[in-house]
Design a protein around this ligand. Structure first.
Ligand code: AHR
Length: 522
């Protein structure tokens, strides 16, 4: 009898533990809306690096791969579906060695790309091709100008070439090259990682350059003088160490007392998810330990932003300057057999979870983080798209960006929940993450990430003050944490529909392990 009771007690304990661990309540309070989640946090980055531009975007007019004026159509169609708000270009480190005149006109100079594999840069993709590409995908330009090896004059002339509607010699060349109307340039990055590959400058030295470039590199487009003004983004920190907090201090302090002759609207932050730069993790064939390690590392993004945002708050309490996380994502070891200078890696379900955790970190800080650019868009690092000549694969990260489209320019809605814990070895992580927002039409959207790779979760959506009928959307999960989409099996990781109806006053979603889910609540 005693034994039977004991057994019963154990079963009850196990059941209760199992049941409580499986269920969470999301309390969504839309009576207290937060800031707008700027669509520009879903920005992309493409650099003249490996197959990011050549093959990834540009195949040439004579290619048998279907294209419009040399730009591949399959890539354009895929990018249109994720509503890319802006694209940062031409680098990265490449930008500080880029001379724009090499990339215009009928005859293109053959130059070198010493940063990335030392290969020949044919310059067949240049200013006009980039602007045409943006036009085709419906995106804004974020140009990174050459502060490292260029001059203020060269950068100023690039902007005059692009944006003036007056008949200057440069505008005539632009017209001769096929574009009569001035282009719109929405964002201007003044240098790239000037503390490192961009010229190893001290903060004070960079500040002196920033003032000069900010003064002389002008946008003349008449349509951008009052509205849609070009936003200037200064090089910011690349980590949380003292040299980087000093960098943020230097720029922000100077900005607080800046004169009419220079200004800025954004400060960049670069932060990759890398555990050991000398021995990077693999993007393929890894297990749960590596899954947990990488996700733990990626969550440091929140503290890093908070650290620099606190410095910015001192000098800019009204948050006029945006923190622009214009390089972020996972950086793994190059795929075996690939050119190490081309930064080729696969993209797994781990990267989908990593992407959603970072996007949620940005959304929760939307008052300061108003722009971000994942590195990089195609074939490089944490890419949306992989190509192999005529073949194309959409990655798990691509699908996350697609599922998050309703959050672009939506209004943040606070969510409260018990994050719980997921433990692997000596690593413990929040088990669940979530955000909510209302889109322009008033529709409520909720995203929930189940980090736990083994346990499903039941989520009760408690929308304060709102009677709900249903939740409908998509969920992205995969057989394994390292599942990828390959050229042979391109659909291993793809979103599938998910829905729930309110029953007995409860709206409950059942979420699979290691999943990203976005639903509209009706
Ligand atoms: O994205 C690859 C490189 O990483 C960029 O060129 C550089 O800015 C950063 O170090």
């Amino acid at each position: 009898m005693h034994k039977i009771l004991l057994a019963h007690a154990v079963i009850c304990v196990v059941f209760v533990t199992f049941a409580t661990a499986q269920r969470i309540e999301l309390i969504i309070d839309s009576s207290k809306p937060g800031p707008k989640i700027d669509r520009n946090i879903f920005g992309q980055f493409t650099e003249h690096l490996g197959n990011g531009v050549y093959e990834g975007i540009w195949v040439g007019r004579d290619s048998r791969i279907p294209n419009t004026r040399g730009i591949r159509s399959d890539v354009v169609n895929a990018l249109k579906a994720i509503k890319v708000p802006n694209v940062r270009y031409p680098g990265g480190c490449f930008a500080d060695e880029y001379h724009w005149r090499n990339g215009i006109g009928a005859e293109r100079a053959k130059t070198l790309n010493p940063n990335w594999g030392g290969v020949i840069e044919p310059n067949t993709f240049g200013t006009h091709e980039f602007m045409d590409f943006l036009d085709q995908i419906g995106s804004d330009a974020f140009l990174s100008i050459n502060v490292g090896s260029g001059t203020p004059q060269e950068a100023a002339e690039w902007l005059e070439y692009l944006t003036t509607d007056q008949l200057t010699d440069l505008a005539k060349v632009r017209t001769a090259n096929g574009h009569l109307a001035p282009y719109k340039i929405r964002f201007l990055g003044i240098g790239n990682e000037s503390w490192d590959c961009g010229g190893n400058m001290s903060a004070d030295y960079y500040l002196s350059q920033l003032k000069i470039y900010s003064r002389f590199v002008r946008n003349f487009n008449p349509a951008q003088q009052k509205n849609e003004q070009m936003l200037k983004i200064a090089v910011g920190p690349g980590g949380g160490e003292e040299r980087f907090t000093e960098w943020t201090e230097t720029i922000m302090k100077a900005w607080q007392n800046h004169k009419w002759s220079w200004d800025l609207q954004g400060l960049s932050l670069h932060n990759y998810t890398v555990i050991n730069w000398d021995k990077k993790h693999s993007s393929i064939n890894f297990g749960e330990t590596e899954y947990a390690q990488v996700l733990k590392k990626t969550l440091e993004m929140g503290d890093l932003i908070d650290k620099h945002a606190a410095i910015m708050d001192k000098y800019d309490p009204q948050k006029q300057i945006a923190l622009v996380v214009d390089e972020w994502g996972a950086w793994y070891a190059p795929l075996p057999g690939s050119n190490p200078g081309f930064l080729v890696q696969q993209n797994s379900q781990r990267d989908a979870i990593l992407a959603s955790l970072n996007l949620n970190i940005f959304a929760r800080r939307a008052d300061r983080v108003r722009m971000a650019n994942i590195a990089q868009m195609i074939n490089v690092l944490q890419a949306m798209i992989l190509t192999d000549r005529e073949k194309i694969v959409l990655t798990p990260t691509y699908y996350v960006f697609k599922m998050y489209v309703p959050f672009q320019d939506a209004t943040f809605v606070p969510v409260k929940f018990d994050v719980g814990t997921y433990t692997k070895g000596d690593i413990t992580l929040p088990r669940v993450d979530a955000i909510a927002a209302r889109d322009k039409n008033g529709k409520l959207w909720v995203e929930i990430t189940n980090v736990d790779p083994d346990r499903a979760v039941e989520v009760d959506l408690n929308t304060i003050g709102i009677t709900t009928k249903s939740a409908v959307g998509e969920t992205l999960t995969a057989p394994k944490v390292d599942s990828v989409n390959s050229f042979d099996k391109p659909n291993t990781v793809a979103p599938k529909p998910i829905s729930a109806k309110t029953q007995n006053g409860k709206l409950t979603l059942n979420l699979e392990p290691k999943s990203v889910t976005v639903v509209a609540v009706e």
